[in-house]
Design a protein around this ligand. Structure first.
Ligand SMILES: Cc1ncc(COP(=O)(O)O)c(C=O)c1O
Length: 469
């Protein structure tokens, strides 16, 4: 790929960004006195500093300095209807006006409705709510360990399931593969509890089951891997995972925190016809509020019942704010809307996704840059609204594994996450992981504007081209 002078580009972009974000810079400095690096989630705190005090509506966000962005980050990809959809706001306002909606500590009725919708859409038997994807995957692993009375867990390299000790191995740090433990502060031996297999690699899966199968409590996998590069799990891979986990008495857990309700109103599991033992959901099921859940087979879920046998009982308590009334209302309003409008929403956002993926490859390609997109739907998936843009160093034709996405010799992470990010912001567009997730609030014109922004960027980058070695 054409080499560019990244240092000078980054300097110029950072300088320009600072000029346009004076208020945000001042907020950042103040915030950094009390908050760790000025915020509460590292992903949001990009260099040189994030923009603050966002007001958001539909496809757009406005920052403290009055800059307006078309946003493809959309609440960590949760906001399928865009920011602050009116239908959810109306339901919440009405609830609050009736003097209800804050936490009560009693089991509310709305959770029953949300539970019904989710169970019907994914075909599971029982569900319990909690408040974050992290907690839900942790509880799912605990249920699997208690049910199988085994102590090993297997995950796919590149899989991000949140930050808890069972699954912090093999996430995004590439060292001859994705197999490192990526956090300090874990209990002794945490690393040896977790086995990592390569995503979409049936041969590796078979080998790992052969080696560890008898000890594996669960295999947890994202049917559409998010942090691992926006890549769909192949149907045959997930089917093989189903067969092998059944054969070895291991529970199969699908983490559908990103994919749940993103590609159709349900999980990838129903599109593929592969039923896991447990499903983890989050993001979209809260309609903009913090809701997550574990759903699955009755006999597994029953282990968190208050009257479960003491030696099997899993302390899946969900937390003080589990099934929070306003969150339940937001979630069920949102999901009902998606279901009622599925025929308009999913084809529309899927078509826009395809336009961005193809357009980005063509535009950068025409200017000598080797760009490949991920998010292309696999067989069995009709509409994909997710787009990952990867700047490749090598002659790779397709990015189809998390190892390729995170191998710095293959994919230029700095160019994607730092330079392209700031360059797109300069054009009025907020992207994440190369691009992001399209919502029903985005318009054709905004998709066109995004492609035009890429055209401008590619032209500018050509001027920063380094002489060929
Ligand atoms: C697939 C997947 N699982 C779990 C999580 C963790 O969810 P949360 O950030 O709500 O804790 C995430 C978060 O991005 C995710 O993408």
């Amino acid at each position: 790929m054409t080499k560019i002078d990244k240092k000078s580009l980054l300097n110029a972009l950072s300088k320009e960004y600072r000029k346009k974000h004076k208020k945000s810079e001042a907020i950042f400095e103040e915030a950094s006195r009390v908050l760790v690096r000025g915020g509460s989630h590292n992903l949001r705190l990009f260099d040189p500093f994030p923009f603050y005090d966002v007001r958001s509506s539909g496809s757009r966000v406005t920052d403290a300095d009055g800059n307006v962005y078309i946003d493809f980050w959309q609440g960590h990809f949760a906001n399928i209807l865009g920011h602050n959809p009116q239908v959810v706001l109306d339901a919440l306002v009405d609830y609050f006006q009736k003097g209800q909606g804050l936490t009560t500590g009693f089991p509310g009725i709305l959770q029953r409705e949300l539970a019904r919708i989710i169970l019907r859409q994914i075909g599971a038997e029982k569900i319990r709510f909690t408040t974050s994807g992290t907690l839900a995957t942790m509880y799912a692993v605990m249920l699997a360990m208690a049910y199988t009375k085994r102590s090993l867990v297997m995950k796919a390299g590149g899989g991000w399931h949140g930050a808890h000790p069972y699954l912090l191995k093999g996430v995004t740090t590439y060292r001859n593969g994705l197999n490192l433990t990526e956090s300090a502060g874990l209990p002794d031996g945490a690393s040896s509890v977790t086995v990592v297999t390569r995503f979409n690699d049936i041969a590796d899966l078979e080998e790992k089951f052969k080696e560890y199968g008898e000890g594996l409590a669960c295999f947890i996998v994202e049917p559409f891997i998010g942090a691992g590069g926006f890549i769909f799990g192949q149907k045959k891979y997930l089917q093989r995972a189903r067969d092998l986990s059944r054969k070895y008495g291991t529970l199969l857990i699908f983490d559908e925190v990103i994919s749940g309700f993103r590609f159709h109103p349900g999980g990838i599991q129903s599109l593929y016809g592969v039923q896991p033992d447990l499903t983890v959901l989050g993001k979209a099921i809260g309609g903009g509020m913090p809701v997550s859940a574990v759903a699955g087979k009755e006999e597994v879920m029953a282990l968190c019942r208050p009257d479960a046998k003491a030696e099997e009982k899993v302390k899946f308590e969900g937390g003080t704010f589990s099934a929070h009334p306003a969150s339940m209302l937001a979630g069920l309003t949102f999901l009902n809307y998606l279901i009622e409008h599925e025929k308009e929403i999913y084809p529309k956002i899927g078509k826009m996704g395809e336009k961005v993926r193809k357009g980005a490859e063509e535009i950068f390609g025409a200017h000598g840059f080797r760009v490949r997109c991920t998010g292309y739907p696999d067989a069995g998936i009709q509409y994909s609204s997710c787009v990952g843009i990867h700047f490749l160093r090598q002659n790779v034709d397709k990015i189809d594994s998390p190892e390729q996405a995170w191998n710095p010799d293959i994919s230029d992470f700095e160019l994607r996450e730092k330079i392209f990010k700031l360059a797109m912001l300069q054009e009025g567009i907020n992207v994440f992981h190369g691009f992001g997730a399209i919502s029903a609030a985005h318009s054709e014109a905004e998709i066109q504007a995004s492609l035009e922004a890429m055209e401008k960027i590619a032209k500018k980058w050509k001027k920063h081209r380094l002489p060929e070695a």
